[in-house]
Design a protein around this ligand. Structure first.
Ligand SMILES: Cc1cc2nc3c(=O)[nH]c(=O)nc-3n(C[C@H](O)[C@H](O)[C@H](O)COP(=O)(O)O)c2cc1C
Length: 249
């Protein structure tokens, strides 16, 4: 896991964090072979690190395109990444968020569009392999997109970003927080989050830092994994796994 946190990687990831927005209109094309090779290598590596069974699915269009399947939110979806893991893994959802978002950031650096999708697709038509002891947490659409978002994407973006994510709503502290902590929070402001709720809170008290979420939504723990990764990239340290996991700089 340490290689993920080298300074060079943090800089690459920060560039991706600043570029990324969820994309919902795709060109309905296959990913170019050299890019696909890299995505598959990342998946293989993250599966080894996490114990998840993340899968790339070249054609998952059946589960997406059509008004009913994605409530009209998505167009031209071809490929997805399915975030699958052992149902008994106590950190399953958090890991799906953490490692899924690492894949999203790598995809952004390859010039591909992405979007985490928990609800607006037809789960029954998802052609991924789920063993009896496994669960599908959510998927990520991935593929070639136009450089500029379509009119419809801009509309959805405006709808989902009606509330700006204020830094002060993302943390609790006793007194002033150090600048590295604020750098972490800045990266969290730019994270994807189900329904753009940003439910994860970062706490800085008596010199200790931890992150928690009050589990009120089924994707809150996925958001926790995504937010922890963004904080680590911005602040330069590492969280212990789990809700209320503590941070070491
Ligand atoms: C766990 C999770 C589930 C999501 N599910 C959906 C979904 O079902 N449909 C959708 O259109 N967007 C979905 N999104 C994308 C969010 O709406 C999006 O991240 C949020 O509005 C912030 O926008 P941004 O990603 O462009 O910054 C999901 C995001 C996350 C993290």
């Amino acid at each position: 896991m340490d290689k993920l946190h080298s300074t060079a990687n943090a800089m690459r990831y920060f560039e991706a964090i600043e570029k990324r927005i969820s994309r919902r209109t795709y060109l309905n094309e296959n990913i170019e072979p050299d890019k696909l090779k890299k995505i598959n290598e990342y998946i293989c590596n993250y599966n080894k690190l996490s114990g998840l069974s993340i899968q790339f699915i070249e054609d998952a269009s059946k589960g997406f395109n059509g008004l009913i399947k994605s409530y009209g939110m998505f167009h031209g979806v071809k490929s997805i990444i399915a975030l699958v893991g052992k149902t008994s893994d106590p950190y399953l959802k958090e890991k799906a968020g953490y490692f899924g978002e690492l894949l999203v950031l790598e995809a952004v650096l390859l010039g591909l569009g992405t979007c985490f999708v928990g609800d607006s697709y037809d789960k029954k038509n998802c052609p991924c392999k789920i063993e009896e002891d496994e669960s599908l947490v959510c998927v990520i659409t991935i593929g070639p997109v136009d450089d500029k978002p379509s009119l419809k994407e801009k509309l959805v973006y405006r709808m989902t970003h009606r509330n700006t994510v204020k830094a002060e709503n993302l943390y609790e502290s006793e007194g002033e927080v150090p600048s590295w902590f604020l750098n972490g929070i800045k990266a969290v402001q730019l994270a994807p989050s189900a329904l753009n709720r940003h439910p994860v809170k970062f706490v800085y008290k008596s010199g200790n830092t931890y992150a928690f979420v009050e589990e009120t939504n089924k994707f809150d723990l996925v958001d926790l994994g995504i937010a922890k990764l963004h904080f680590e990239i911005g602040a330069g340290g590492k969280f212990a796994p789990g809700n209320y996991g503590t941070y070491s700089k």
